[in-house]
Design a protein around this ligand. Structure first.
Ligand code: AMP
Length: 412
């Protein structure tokens, strides 16, 4: 079925056409009819599946249909999300799809001045996409009135729980009218998420996308075994081998992010970093430089990268394996989005083997191994422009020893 055949406003169909969205993705196919009917939805889907449009399309349609009797300046749809980037990205999708609808859409995040946000709110906002902190601040200052919200969307609810936003989710209910539609999305589902979900939805339609293989079919992902100290040489080689490709590199902590950044700087490879310590202005600059391809390598932590839609990432490199297996799915889901193909490779050191085992158990199958033979390995760590490390010396010593033994044998 194509979008043309959907019973949605021509104003929305027009922008879908402009975006070149012809057919719904799996989650859109399953979620749109239920949302249009007014049902609560519990959707288990990762980013990259088209889940933003899965709620944006029907919500825009519903609000458009009701807009003639919505004359007062009150928020009609609230989308609550865990991170600033996600808020701004979802707002962008709403604005693109809602371009011809005349509905007013605002992405509301902390870390920036309040005054321009207040001005927009005073002009009236139909769809508010917000992180909890700034939103509650403006609710308590009475700039936001949530008493007429028809639709509440909770996106990346699992991540909200991880970041300790559970109380915010419970609190927001106090401001909403008793009857409203709730759309609850999470990339993963466990008992905690189920408890939370069922405390906010009523008889929801449950939609789960590819539960057995949570990694998108569009992503070719593999693992390369190497020692922890040699990872930087492999990254260097990788970046040099694919100079035209956009590479997203995941590390475990912000300290690691800055270290890898410094290591790449030493070998004259420009990279960007994204982590929790970055100021908002800095984050936007980084995202824009990566998006427009000015710098092609972005080193990020899980928290900072969750939910960000960066079109056209060619490769994901798991420089460190994630501590949580579900983050593996989030990370590799950064490539191969929509209908394009992507690749991901994980650098696994011997000490990270238990993490790899957990990932394989989580996704229900082994990750294919990218074989690196000894010669290739040696070549990679000698190919570096950086000061070689001790391992390199050890391998060279080993090679020399082997050579000496061979000569000795020959003499005999
Ligand atoms: P999301 O999972 O919402 O982050 O979306 C992932 C990517 O898929 C985004 O870059 C969207 O622009 C793209 N996308 C979403 N829906 C469609 C569609 N029906 N056809 C083509 N691309 C889509």
């Amino acid at each position: 079925m194509k979008f043309e055949q959907y019973n949605i406003s021509p104003l929305i169909k027009k922008s879908l056409e402009e975006l070149d969205f012809k057919k719904p993705t799996d989650i859109q196919y399953k979620a749109i009819p239920s949302i249009l009917k007014g049902d609560d939805v519990l959707g288990i889907a990762q980013t990259g599946t088209g889940k933003t449009a899965a709620f944006a399309i029907p919500v825009l349609h519903l609000l458009l249909r009701r807009s003639h009797h919505n004359t007062r300046k009150q928020v009609k749809c609230l989308v609550m999300v865990p991170t600033r980037e996600l808020a701004l990205q979802i707002a962008k999708v709403f604005k693109e799809i809602g371009k011809h609808t005349g509905l007013k859409i605002l992405g509301l995040v902390g870390g920036v001045e309040q005054a321009p946000q207040i001005k927009k709110l005073e002009q009236g906002v139909d769809i508010l996409i917000a992180t909890p902190g700034r939103m509650f601040d403006l609710v308590s200052q009475k700039y936001i009135d949530l008493s007429r919200v028809d639709v509440l969307v909770l996106d990346e609810a699992d991540h909200m729980l991880d970041l300790g936003f559970i109380k915010d989710i419970q609190d927001v209910m106090r401001y909403l009218p008793p009857r409203h539609q709730t759309l609850f999305f999470s990339a993963t589902i466990d008992d905690r998420i189920k408890d939370l979900a069922y405390s906010v939805v009523r008889n929801p339609i449950r939609i789960q996308i590819s539960p057995k293989d949570p990694v998108s079919k569009n992503v070719n992902h593999s693992v390369a075994h190497m020692s922890m100290d040699d990872k930087r040489f492999f990254l260097e080689r990788f970046i040099k081998e694919y100079p035209e490709q956009k590479i997203l590199v995941f590390v475990r902590t912000k300290v690691r992010a800055e270290r890898v950044f410094a290591a790449m700087q030493r070998v004259n490879l420009p990279t960007l970093t994204m982590h929790g310590d970055k100021e908002q202005a800095d984050r936007l600059k980084v995202m824009s430089e990566f998006r427009n391809g000015k710098v092609k390598v972005l080193i990020a932590t899980d928290v900072s990268a969750r939910g960000i839609d960066i079109p056209g990432v060619d490769f994901v490199v798991n420089y460190d394996l994630p501590d949580l297996p579900e983050n593996y799915v989030h990370r590799v889901g950064r490539t191969g989005r929509g209908v394009s193909k992507g690749r991901a490779v994980s650098f696994c050191s011997p000490e990270e083997q238990p993490l790899l085992d957990a990932i394989q158990q989580y996704i229900g199958k082994p990750v294919s191994v990218m074989q690196i033979d000894k010669e290739d390995y040696l070549e990679t760590i000698t190919f570096t422009e950086d000061t070689p490390n001790d391992n390199w010396q050890l391998l060279l010593d080993e090679a020399e020893k082997e050579e000496a033994q061979r000569r000795k044998k020959k003499k005999k």
